[in-house]
Design a protein around this ligand. Structure first.
Ligand SMILES: Nc1nc2c(c(=O)[nH]1)N[C@H]1C(S)=C(S)[C@@H](COP(=O)(O)OP(=O)(O)OC[C@H]3O[C@@H](n4cnc5c(=O)[nH]c(N)nc54)[C@H](O)[C@@H]3O)O[C@H]1N2
Ligand SMILES: Nc1nc2c(c(=O)[nH]1)N[C@H]1C(S)=C(S)[C@@H](COP(=O)(O)OP(=O)(O)OC[C@H]3O[C@@H](n4cnc5c(=O)[nH]c(N)nc54)[C@H](O)[C@@H]3O)O[C@H]1N2
Ligand code: SF4
Ligand SMILES: [Mo]
Length: 737
């Protein structure tokens, strides 16, 4: 054995972005642990990080392109695969127009440097309205609420947990998820420190989660009813004279409008609907207002519901009205070293955001953040007429499992004239493709987080070099995207991606530097592709060297040389500089949000269905695609249905026995786990399972396929303001199998 070498790599698997230390010998991974010297994650790691070895070595992971011939996938060279795409895709666009091609972008795209930076180039080349992403299965409500309030859809405040004394958390379980729209490795450590200094953690969740177990206080809430609790709390702040805008006072518009809008939602009026007593709602509001430093944070449980945008908005209304926004220990805006929209342009105001610039063809769902709801994809493929989707490019997405009513989508995919998947597996979605283009393993790829430093608990800049060289013949994903863009533009499969990239970079540099572009191009000429984009972004960013004008500032060479990254300090107040609203103020009362309050007003008296289903995450799983890694797949069965003992008794369900879970949309079977941690009337099942579909090649996952929660969800239920799918609070029946 040759002597081991040690490499440092940011884990690309979840939003915590932990720094890993990877030991390699004889071209093999021999150990993965947390990197203690990482300035941001300080050695924290979870089992998925260790499983990067399994991912790297997974025999089912694709190493060559596949092309379907006579219904069977055969291995192909890259040239053959691109030739097949060139033969079939451009004629389809010529005959049926740009909107005939749809594109889906999945969750891993947010964690891949090359995909995030170069995906937009393929989208631009396609010029289609039919762009769909995991954001409308996840977080679009938060983008919309923050977009309208702060002027940019990526200006999402995060709890400054290390200085906070009170954290109110709704619909999030960072003990399992490791945080989301909040990059916070070692949440447990930070939550324990908060409590150790006398602070309080309060969790609102229909399940007493691992995070709730750590908390000082936990309240069950009826799934989908956060809007009522939050309205009741805002009402209380006004009612009891607890509103304190503090330093932000001059920058807040719409306080009176919010006050009148919440009049109909006193705690006494909303208590029954959300399942939390009026006295508790009032006390929660008082505790929040009275704590020294406090923050409110809501995540996927508050987004993936009918009132997702309203709930996401009200979370920050509470932060603003109690003077917590932009204050140390409150909800703050990170200042990313590169690529942050809220550090570009004129400080203090901007164009703001708009939605509905176009609509989906069949349901008329408004465009949001440049995309249409993922749950509209199936109908766009099925419904004939001008603009019908006839071809699809999936990029790191598995909507057959991850999107409501997967069976309908799977059937729709079979109607397509042509489909390309950029994916690492033949799985539930890519099995439908005509061509699959694989990606390098994360360990063969360089990495810089583009999105997550904009939501991080502390400012930092970290770059990872590849641990292993790119295997002979494998293309980095940015090159694949540029090749596809070239094919779509009619430049042909033989087009030189590097030359296209040079031209693109020259245009970008021209946009940023005008007459000084030549200097920027010269200064970065030793770099290619995403690295060059990153160098430019770091240098013109808020901490950058400004191409020499601030010699002490950052550039890629400095970030790359810093073992464990560069710490850029604690979060600092950024209002009004980060605002990009046309008014230059925080818009507390966007008109569309106030108008949407008519829906919860009508819904106030609705009774709970006897049984509703919600989702769950497990630390050894990640959405739909990590169930093929032996290290994560072993151990107890994870796709189980948690049911309260009273419900189990009433329904004749036994712990460990199978149950049918059904509704008008479908029927699945899952093993029951009786658990007093559930709210009565609520069953919890994880998503991303159901690996028993024919044609997928996931040998480990297929051994314990689990059931697909999304078979029970209704693709027509969305939050109208964001287009986000409703993933919880859906009525089901349970029967012993
Ligand atoms: N019921 C219910 N449904 C949910 C959720 C829920 O809570 N409940 N959560 C939703 C959320 S938050 C999300 S984000 C979505 C996620 O859903 P998707 O966006 O579909 O993402 P994944 O399920 O993670 O699937 C990722 C795909 O990317 C592929 N892949 C992995 N690594 C790479 C790579 O490096 N390159 C390429 N090209 N491909 C790669 C995998 O093989 C897989 O096909 O699911 C949503 N679905
Ligand atoms: N291990 C692991 N980590 C992950 C993922 C994974 O699949 N596995 N997925 C990643 C992705 S893509 C995302 S988006 C993040 C999500 O990160 P989180 O938002 O932390 O996601 P969950 O762990 O699903 O926590 C959501 C909680 O909301 C609760 N809930 C459900 N309905 C409601 C409701 O109506 N109201 C309230 N208040 N609570 C409700 C659920 O019981 C659950 O405890 O996690 C990321 N990290
Ligand atoms: S928490 Fe786990 S999966 Fe997430 S970044 Fe850290 S090691 Fe990777
Ligand atoms: Mo997500």
């Amino acid at each position: 054995m040759t002597e081991a070498t040690v490499h440092h790599r940011i884990c690309p698997l979840c939003e915590a972005c932990c720094g890993l230390e990877i030991k390699v010998a004889d071209n093999k991974v021999i150990a993965i642990r947390g990197h203690d010297e990482d300035v941001f994650s300080a050695g924290y790691i979870c089992p998925k990080g260790v499983a990067l070895k399994d991912l790297h070595e997974d025999p089912d992971r694709l190493r060559t392109p596949l092309v379907k011939r006579d219904g069977q996938f055969v291995e192909a060279t890259w040239d053959e695969a691109f030739a097949e795409i060139e033969r079939r895709l451009p004629p389809l666009i010529a005959a049926h127009g740009r909107d005939a091609v749809a594109m889906t972008l999945g969750n891993p795209a947010a964690h891949k440097f090359g995909l995030l930076l170069y995906g937009p180039q393929l989208m631009k080349a396609l010029g289609t309205k039919n762009i769909f992403s995991a954001s409308t299965l996840d977080q679009m409500p938060k983008h919309v609420s923050c977009g309208f309030m702060f002027g940019n859809m990526l200006s999402i405040p995060v709890p400054d947990i290390v200085r906070s004394d009170y954290l109110l958390m709704l619909g999030a379980n960072p003990m399992a998820s490791n945080g989301s729209l909040w990059t916070v490795p070692d949440f447990r450590g930070k939550a324990k420190a908060l409590r150790a200094r006398g602070g309080k953690l309060v969790v609102i969740d229909p399940r007493r989660t691992e995070t709730a177990a750590l908390a000082d206080e936990h309240h069950f809430i009826r799934p989908g009813a956060d809007v009522f609790l939050l309205l009741g709390m805002v009402h209380t702040l006004f009612d009891e004279g607890l509103v304190r805008l503090g330093r932000l006072g001059p920058f807040v518009a719409g306080v009176d409008a919010v006050q009148s809008a919440v009049q109909a939602f006193s705690p006494e009026t909303v208590a029954k609907r959300c399942g939390i007593a009026a006295a508790d709602i009032r006390r929660l509001a008082r505790d929040l207002a009275g704590a020294q430093r406090a923050a409110v944070y809501g995540r996927i449980g508050t987004c993936t519901q009918e009132y997702g945008t309203l709930a996401s908005w009200l979370v920050d209304v509470l932060n603003v009205l109690t003077g917590r926004l932009d204050e140390p220990g409150g909800a703050m805006f990170p200042k990313a070293a590169a690529f942050a929209a809220n550090t570009a342009g004129t400080p203090g105001s901007g164009r703001g955001v708009a939605t509905g610039r176009h609509k989906s063809r069949v349901s008329g769902a408004p465009e949001v953040f440049g995309e249409l709801p993922m749950t509209c994809l199936a109908e766009e493929i099925e419904t004939p007429g001008a603009g019908q989707v006839r071809a699809l490019i999936t990029v790191a997405s598995n909507p057959v499992l991850s999107s409501p009513n997967g069976p309908r989508l799977a059937a729709a995919l079979d109607q397509l004239d042509f489909m390309v998947s950029m994916d690492i597996y033949v799985n539930e979605t890519s099995r439908h493709a005509n061509v699959i283009l694989p990606a390098p393993s994360p360990l063969e790829d360089v990495h810089y987080d583009i999105a997550f430093p904009q939501m991080s608990w502390r400012n930092h800049a970290r770059f990872s070099d590849a641990v292993f060289a790119l295997p002979e013949g494998q293309l980095p994903e940015w090159v694949t995207l540029l090749k596809l863009a070239a094919i779509v533009r009619g430049q042909g499969a033989q087009a030189d991606a590097v030359q296209i990239d040079d031209e693109h970079f020259a245009r970008e540099a021209g946009k940023h530097f005008g007459e000084h572009a030549a200097r920027a191009i010269e200064a970065t000429s030793h770099l290619k592709g995403p690295r060059r984009m990153l160098d430019m972004a770091l240098r013109i960013g808020p901490h950058g060297d400004q191409f020499g004008r601030k010699p002490e500032g950052l550039n890629l060479a400095k970030v790359q040389a810093a073992q464990g990254g560069i710490d850029l300090g604690e979060l600092t107040p950024r209002v009004p500089e980060m605002l990009r609203t046309p008014s230059g103020k925080i818009e507390l009362a966007p008109a569309t949000f106030l108008a949407d309050l008519s829906r919860p007003a009508r819904d106030l008296a609705n009774a709970a269905p006897p049984m509703v289903i919600i989702g769950r995450r497990d630390v050894r799983s990640n959405n739909s695609w990590m169930h093929n890694l032996p290290l994560l797949a072993k151990g107890p069965e994870r796709c189980t249905a948690l049911v309260h003992p009273d419900d189990a008794k009433r329904l004749g369900l036994r712990d460990g026995a199978m149950a049918h879970i059904s509704n008008a949309n479908g029927r699945i079977e899952a093993r029951v786990q009786v658990s007093a941690d559930m709210m009565p009337g609520v069953v919890s099942l994880p998503h991303g399972w159901g690996h028993n579909l024919p044609g997928a090649r996931l040998s480990v996952a297929a051994e314990r396929p689990g059931a697909n929660l999304n078979d029970l969800l209704d693709e027509d239920r969305r939050d109208p303001l964001s287009g986000n799918a409703v993933l919880g609070g859906v009525a089901v029946e349970l029967l012993p199998a």
